[in-house]
Design a protein around this ligand. Structure first.
Ligand code: PHE
Length: 332
């Protein structure tokens, strides 16, 4: 035993740790599970009781010493390594990232609405029935509630992946007293067949404005302002439409023009491009969030970010926006 201890002690003292590789070698030789010190403890276990008393302290001290040497060695190896880094060396070809086209568009839209007093609100992507449907005046038998359109949470069908960010607006209405001016960007999910033009998830930006005496004229003016700022177009038209949460409701087209072949393709030869849905917030929706429809009125609108990106950048396939191919993303 004495000899074994002495040998290890000698070996430890003779070991020079000059690098992190040395330190690792030291650890393997002496401290690791198959190293010499654990082996020493194994041998110690077999000693008769009185000898145990004799050696116990010594080998514990030896172990302590080895651990200290190891720690010190690692520390100084690290320091040495840091000193040897040449911070002035030129970096070799580090690829630059670029902003994702969807982020570019989202931030532009947020900016445009920020200038007329809209703040930004976010909410959960897994949403309950109340915020995604019921509070928005969706009747029980509405097809959007069908398994075909909505991804429900299997274990609890009261929860689903939100199908629009109108759910965020409900949350804002529940928690804020009017006046409310907010836009809600975010990812939404619909159980749709994936193709070049549609995907089972995409991004929306929805807007909500609630105050006293808000009229359809305010809605139209706000959208016109947006069309001018974002598309640089000064002509819009509104076509009657239907949403459970707005009444009246409309689809908005912007007059894109017919100046070249792309315009013809984009607008199917009409010159008009559909950009969003909108309408006056249904009184039942205000009521559901405890806002008095006798006092307040408001408008809401919602648009798909992917659709705008496909048009603006002439991207042929919506899937390119979520594939994260660097060759594609680098172009923006
Ligand atoms: N929530 C609607 C959708 O997802 C868009 C919309 C928002 C329409 C607000 C009208 C008003 O299609």
């Amino acid at each position: 035993m004495n000899e074994q201890i002495a040998n290890i002690e000698k070996a430890i003292s003779a070991f020079h740790i000059g690098s992190s590789e040395d330190a690792e070698q030291f650890r393997l030789t002496f401290l690791s599970r198959k190293g010499q010190i654990p082996a020493l403890f194994e041998a110690f276990k077999l000693l008769p009781g009185d000898e145990k008393r004799l050696y116990g302290k010594t080998i514990n001290a030896l172990k302590q010493k080895a651990e200290n040497i190891y720690k010190e060695g690692v520390k100084s190896a690290n320091q040495k390594q840091q000193q040897s880094v040449d911070y002035t060396r030129a970096v070799k070809d580090l690829p630059f990232g670029s902003r994702h086209p969807l982020s570019v568009i989202r931030d532009e839209i947020i900016d445009i609405f920020a200038r007329i007093g809209f703040d930004v609100s976010y909410g959960p992507e897994i949403e309950d029935d109340w915020h995604n449907f019921s509070a928005l005046n969706f009747p029980e038998e509405h097809p959007a509630r069908d398994m075909q359109d909505t991804f429900f949470v299997e274990k609890d069908p009261d929860f689903a992946l939100r199908t629009h960010t109108s759910s965020v607006q409900v949350r804002v209405m529940e928690n804020t007293a009017p006046p409310i001016r907010t836009i809600s960007p975010g990812r939404v999910y619909r159980n749709e067949a994936i193709s070049a033009r549609s995907h089972c998830f995409f991004h929306q930006i929805e807007g909500l404005y609630i105050d006293k005496d808000v009229s359809f004229a305010d809605l139209k003016q706000t959208i016109l302002y947006f069309a001018e700022q974002f598309f640089g177009k000064s002509k819009i038209r509104m076509r009657p439409s239907y949403f459970p949460f707005t009444e009246p409701s409309a689809e908005v087209d912007v007059y894109w023009g017919l100046n070249n072949e792309v315009d013809y393709r984009l607008t199917k030869g009409t010159g008009w491009l559909e950009i969003m849905g909108c309408g006056m917030v249904d009184p039942a929706v205000l009521q559901a969030s405890n806002i008095d429809p006798e006092v307040y009125s408001g408008f809401a609108f919602g648009m798909g970010v992917e659709r705008i990106a496909l048009n603006r950048y002439q991207i042929p396939d919506i899937r390119m926006l979520s594939e994260n191919d660097m060759r594609f993303l680098k172009q923006f």
